[in-house]
Design a protein around this ligand. Structure first.
Ligand code: GLA
Length: 376
């Protein structure tokens, strides 16, 4: 019915996949030049694609459910394209802005990354299209270069001032590892994380509270961090260590102090988490996660009643630790649990939600999966 050939009358030249992500720790640190530690999810966006010689970009999405959409590549402009179509269009626009003479394509998109759940379905969409264009048009761009193109697409075309974490996770993660990334210069390393070997599971609890990074709160937080760095005479808050806080915080207006405290302590938590992974002490990650959640709730103030309740219920039911993941204001919570207790913890969270009259959460189990790749 809606195969590529049905839609476009010819076969695709190939198919590419790019995953969603959960961030283990390091939230709201990327745009402060700090550390993050995401894993890629097994859930991906798949893009089947074929070049077109006439400069048209034709798009169809299994989730969008509408007819094929058609845009002229030469006429793409920020702000002019609404809805999901903006994300693939943005990538093509960003490639051309960067000087790559790419043309049109037929694209068929399909996804099993839950959208609006803080699991980076948008970045996965951007990265799948970026990977397809890179191969089809022979651009030879590296995975980090493609992540930067995707971020530019989202910042300048879609209008979301996101950092680099989601796109780097989707492009660069490897199966069985977390990506320990220094957002200041995009250096980093893969850190093996064998959850199964340690008898553990990572639950992802989608609270079903839709977050929307474009709504201004994210931009306001980012601006607050940049203002604090400027007041302290620093290029970015990354330059501060926890031992600098007693001298630095009093130099800032009251409203900026908790933001700075979160960013600085969160960077330290990423380093602690990596040290635990390096020594194979995976359960020691738990309290680091829970401390990260408290900081996001009390200092950064991006949690909500649903994420707070999911964390509390998971920990009460025996999780080693739990925290919201992603930008916040809803989205998903991760919980590190002993594998045999995973169903019990999931049920405990669902029960707590029922008692609070919240929408029932969706739960899945995350295993560290591969980044963007060509499938055929
Ligand atoms: C969103 C953004 C990321 C990052 C997180 C918070 O996912 O896209 O760049 O800032 O929020 O850590």
């Amino acid at each position: 019915m809606n195969s590529f050939t049905d839609l476009y009358g010819h076969a695709p030249e190939g198919e590419w996949a790019a995953p969603g992500r959960v961030n283990l720790i390091g939230e709201h640190t990327d745009y402060n030049g700090g550390f993050v530690l995401p894993i890629a999810l097994p859930q991906t966006v798949r893009a089947q694609a074929r070049r077109r010689p006439d400069g048209l970009l034709r798009l169809w999405s299994a989730q969008g459910k509408g007819p094929v959409r058609e845009l002229s590549v030469a006429e793409l402009a920020p702000g002019a394209v609404p809805g999901w179509v903006a994300y693939p269009a943005a990538v093509v626009w960003a490639l051309r802005e960067a000087g790559y003479e790419v043309g049109g394509a037929d694209l068929r998109l399909d996804s099993d990354v839950p959208s609006g759940a803080g699991l980076s379905s948008s970045a996965a969409l951007e990265c799948a299209v970026a990977a397809a264009y890179n191969d089809l048009y022979g651009l030879g761009l590296s995975a980090p270069d493609l992540a930067l193109i995707a971020q530019r697409a989202e910042n300048a075309f879609v209008g979301v001032p996101c950092g680099i974490m989601d796109q780097m996770a989707s492009m660069c993660c490897r199966e069985g590892s977390a990506l320990y990334l220094d957002s200041r210069d995009l250096t980093g390393r893969q850190v093996p994380i064998d959850l199964t070997g340690a008898g553990l599971a990572l639950l992802v609890i989608d609270t079903r509270v839709k977050h929307d990074l474009a709504d201004g709160a994210y931009a306001a937080l980012r601006a607050g961090c940049e203002r604090a760095a400027a007041l302290l005479g620093l290029p970015a808050l990354r330059s501060l260590a926890p031992s600098d806080l007693p001298a630095s915080l009093p130099r800032l207006p009251d409203e900026l102090r908790p933001l700075v405290r979160h960013v600085v302590t969160e960077n330290a938590r990423v380093e602690t988490a990596v040290a635990h992974l390096d020594t194979g002490d995976l359960t020691a990650l738990g309290p680091v996660l829970t401390a990260g959640h408290a900081s996001l709730r009390d200092d950064y103030r991006v949690s909500c009643p649903e994420t707070d309740l999911a964390v509390e219920a998971a920990v009460t039911a025996g999780a080693h630790g739990a925290r919201m993941t992603g930008g916040g204001f809803g989205g998903s919570v991760i919980a590190l649990v002993d594998a045999p207790r995973a169903p019990h913890v999931a049920t405990a969270v669902t029960t707590a939600f029922r008692h609070a009259a919240f929408t029932p959460p969706h739960t899945l189990t995350a295993t560290p999966a591969a980044g963007a790749r060509r499938l055929s």
